[in-house]
Structure formats: structure tokens, C-alpha cells
Ligand binder design. Structure first.
Ligand code: AMP
Ligand code: MG
Length: 319
């Protein structure tokens, strides 16, 4: 049985408590100037997996990482001149930058959904900033609502949607902007990935030129794009029930004692999701040329749906 989320005041005591809950690897919803975010320690695989579990997200799309200041963002991603200019002009604020991920970032690969880029934002809300400084690390946070429902702009909305699925909510009143952040990709040409709280005109004025809008097929959520970005080098064969000859077997559950690695020996889907990207990467490195990765069946409910979505994409023919 789950307990209802702890409601925390937006003062020093509440923020210290919220930071402690994040450090324990549990989920805390908090206000930003855009909408309420559902935060987890972005370096903790299990905590990030539980974001997808709580929201009931059917797939592992990449999450925005929230930081207390631009210096912390520079430890995670590579900034070029344009990124510097946008960060200097609009952070803290409702702008998310998608930048090349530093290999030594220490982020969970679930945060970026295995992509070599990362979405970063320094929010401009006293409660979000207070929490990020009290925590002292990167916080992955999508909107704090069940997948498919409207983004929350008050603590009561969060409690309505996710009240029994998360550890705590910091109540900071209504969000002043009320729509999500504007997302600009700089890898390296500037593109508008999502319109949002910061007007595009302001960004274009800062850059001194128009922002490109990606073609529909270039959207990161397009399946083709995802499969080519997310796929390991080795072939992935899902739904393999017994130790395959000639393949590396990625197991799930107690029946797979002969597996090369086991996503969760106890059959726990949150643990399996937490291990998924790291284990695929590790088996990919171990695989001999041409040797496939066979994966045990994963139950198709809860986080299992997102795991199976990811495995189907990895198994899809390469373009
Ligand atoms: P949300 O956190 O739910 O507001 O959504 C995050 C948004 O950021 C989604 O639209 C993602 O597709 C986008 N996003 C996050 N990381 C990346 C990335 N590395 N590349 C492109 N888009 C990203
Ligand atoms: Mg959302």
C-alpha cells in the first residue's frame, strides 16, 4: 500500500526535507515558473526509472535536467558560443537547451534515453532554486502529471494525479508561466524543438537570426529517429525464453540464472528499467562481431511496456 505524498512547505525546513527525499532516491514534485516538475536525482538509475513508473509513461523519452546555475550545467554538457549567449540571456528562465552530453556527466542513461545529447534548464522560481541548491545536484523532472493528462500548475493538481505514487510535493502555490519551457536544440545548428514559455522572437533576437523548425521526421519522438539513435551495435532479439546458443542472453526474473546479465533477478520492473540502458551498453561492448543480444520476455504492463517499446526499437531494422 502506498502512503499519500508528504506535503512540504516552501521554507528552509521543507526544502531540506525535500532534498533529503531526493537523496534517498525518491520522487519529489516541486513548482517551477512553468509547471510543477516531478523530480528525481538524475544520477540515480532507480530514481529516474520510478519517474516513468509513477507517470505511467509508455516509453522512455528523454527528460529535462534541472540545475541550480549555469556552472552546474557546464559540468554536464558542452556549451558553444550560441549556448553561452542563450544561457547568459535567459537563465534562470523558461528555456531548455539540448546540448552534447559530456561523457563524464554521471547522469543515468535513462535521463537521456541513451541519446548523446541532454536537455538542460536553470529554472527561475524561488522554490525550485531553493530545492536545487539544497540538493546540490542535477534533478531530472518531467511535468508532474500522469502520462497523457494536463500539466499541473498547482500542488493540488499534483496530488490529484500522482498523490499516492510519489514521496512528497513542495507546495509553492500557482506556477506563474503555466506552460512548459521553450526547447532549443544546439547540436550545433539552433532549432526550435518545442515552443513554450519563452517567446521564440526573444531567442531569435538574441541569436541574431531565425530558429530552424525541424521537419516532423526529425522530431526525437519519431520512432525511426529513436531506433537509429537508441540501437546498440549488436542485433537485439526480444522474447527469448531459454539460453540461446551463440547469443548473449539478457535475463529478467528468477528463471534466467544462466543469463549473461539479469535486468532484475527478482522480476521487479522498476529495477529492470533502471538497469536497461546500462546493461544493453555493457552487453554490446562484450558481444563478439555479429553476436546478437537475446532478451528474456518482459511482462507488458507498467514499466514493462516502456521496456518492451525500447526493445522493439532496438530490434527494428536499421536504416
Ligand atoms: P517534459 O520534460 O515532459 O516537459 O518533456 C521533455 C521534452 O524535452 C520532450 O519533448 C523531449 O523530447 C525533449 N528532450 C529532452 N531531451 C532531449 C534531447 N536530448 N534531444 C531532443 N529533445 C529532448
Ligand atoms: Mg509533460
Amino acid at each position: 500500500m502506498s502512503l499519500p505524498a508528504e506535503l512540504l512547505e516552501p521554507n528552509a525546513t521543507g526544502l531540506a526535507r525535500a532534498a533529503g527525499v531526493l537523496r534517498e532516491g525518491r520522487l519529489v514534485a516541486f513548482p517551477t515558473e512553468t509547471v510543477y516538475g516531478l523530480g528525481a536525482d538524475a544520477r540515480n538509475d532507480h530514481a529516474v526509472a520510478s519517474i516513468f513508473q509513477a507517470k505511467g509513461r509508455p516509453r522512455f523519452n528523454p527528460l529535462i535536467v534541472h540545475l541550480s546555475d549555469a556552472g552546474a550545467a557546464r559540468d554536464i554538457a558542452v556549451f558553444d558560443d550560441m549556448a553561452d549567449r542563450l544561457a547568459d540571456s535567459f537563465w534562470p528562465g523558461a528555456l531548455t537547451l539540448v546540448l552534447p552530453l559530456r561523457p563524464d556527466s554521471a547522469l543515468s542513461p535513462l535521463v537521456t534515453a541513451g541519446l548523446p545529447t541532454v536537455a538542460l534548464r536553470v529554472p527561475d522560481h524561488p522554490v525550485a532554486r531553493g530545492l536545487l541548491s539544497a540538493f546540490g545536484g542535477p534533478v531530472a523532472a518531467p511535468s508532474a502529471n500522469p502520462s497523457g493528462s494536463v500539466s499541473p500548475t498547482r500542488a493540488a493538481h499534483v496530488v490529484d494525479g500522482l498523490g499516492e505514487k510519489i514521496a512528497a510535493v513542495v507546495d509553492g502555490g500557482a506556477c506563474p508561466v503555466g506552460v512548459e519551457s521553450t526547447i532549443v536544440g544546439l547540436t550545433p545548428e539552433p532549432v526550435l524543438l518545442r515552443p513554450g514559455g519563452l517567446p521564440v522572437e526573444a531567442i531569435e533576437a538574441c541569436l541574431g537570426g531565425p530558429l530552424a523548425v525541424p521537419a516532423k521526421t526529425a522530431n526525437v519522438t519519431a520512432p525511426g529517429q529513436l531506433s537509429s539513435h537508441y540501437a546498440p551495435g549488436a542485433d537485439v532479439v526480444p522474447n527469448v525464453t531459454s539460453p540461446p546458443s551463440g547469443a548473449l542472453w539478457l535475463g529478467f526474473g528468477p528463471a534466467c540464472s544462466d543469463a549473461a546479465l539479469n535486468l532484475s533477478p527478482s522480476g521487479d520492473l522498476v529495477e529492470a528499467a533502471a538497469n536497461l540502458f546500462g546493461y544493453l551498453r555493457e552487453l554490446d561492448a562484450r558481444a563478439a562481431p555479429g553476436q546478437p543480444i537475446a532478451v528474456a520476455p518482459i511482462p507488458d504492463h507498467g514499466l514493462g511496456r516502456a521496456i518492451n517499446d525500447r526493445l522493439r526499437r532496438a530490434a527494428a531494422p536499421r536504416r
